[in-house]
Design a protein around this ligand. Structure first.
Ligand code: PGA
Length: 251
């Protein structure tokens, strides 16, 4: 059985003190209303060690939002997968569209990051999704297929099973424009069919595929009701504990 996951993505928000306050509020809320899905918060690097310690022995798992595509050395400003893991963080978002677009991360670099994350025992949350023009041209399936083939379909079956995927249509991220429930289900089923063709039905059935893009307390239940939507990757709505907890409760 695949896992249901609700993962927050704080992006470049929250000072260390604000992050500790938010994580503490989440922890307290989830003690009162325990989650039935796995809960992850992906935070800036500077929060990881503190939050991993704060959330030890709680149901909240901590993740990074990125890692370097090199294992170590002279890469000023970069943080390696090994360094992330050493903080106690367990997850790592890789291939978020903001990294692909603003930092020009290539399929090859993302493939390297995934391998380094896996080598260092981090669980990648690998993001894929088309931009608005690609959706308007009806090219979303082709784009998502190329993203999978370019970075993760080179993994062995054993390694692929360690991934969580997140379908995040770029036109829906931070725009308030959510994919409709039908659009999300259609794409998630398509992604699952690609995994089945590459790795077989069992692995496809066991792969968690999250939806991301303006998912909030109001629309989460409808999106999560789809058979192939196994949870969400939540940006803006993960920055307020009551909203994030309402999304967790919807899964
Ligand atoms: P959003 O971001 O929920 O603010 O749209 C989602 C994401 O980028 O992961």
């Amino acid at each position: 059985m695949r896992k249901n996951i609700v993962a927050g993505n704080w992006k470049m928000n929250k000072t260390l003190q604000e992050g500790v306050a938010l994580a503490t509020e989440l922890k307290n809320n989830l003690e009162l209303a325990p989650a039935t899905c796995e809960v992850v918060i992906s935070t800036p690097f500077i929060h990881l060690a503190t939050l991993a310690e704060l959330l030890k022995n709680t149901p909240i798992h901590v993740g990074a939002e990125n890692c370097a595509n090199h294992d170590k050395g002279a890469f000023t400003g970069e943080v390696s997968a090994e360094m992330v893991r050493s903080t106690g963080a367990e997850y790592c978002i890789i291939g978020h569209s903001e990294r692909r677009i603003y930092y020009k991360e290539s399929y090859e670099a993302l493939a390297e990051k995934v391998v380094l994350a896996l080598t260092n025992d981090l669980k990648p949350i690998f993001c894929i999704g088309e931009v608005k023009e690609e959706r308007e041209a009806g090219r979303q399936n082709e784009v998502v297929k190329a993203q999978l083939e370019g970075s993760v379909f080179t993994l062995s079956a054993e390694d692929f099973q360690k991934l969580t995927l997140a379908y995040e249509p770029v036109w829906a991220i931070g725009t308030g424009l959510t994919a409709t429930s039908d659009q999300a289900q259609e794409m998630h089923a398509y992604i699952r069919s690609l995994i089945a063709a590459k790795y077989g039905n069992e692995i496809a059935d066991n792969t968690t595929i999250l939806y991301g893009g303006s998912c909030n307390a109001k629309n989460a239940a409808e999106l999560f009701a789809n058979p192939d939507v196994d949870g969400g990757l939540i940006g803006g709505a993960s920055l307020k504990a009551p909203d994030f907890c309402a999304i967790i409760a919807a899964r």
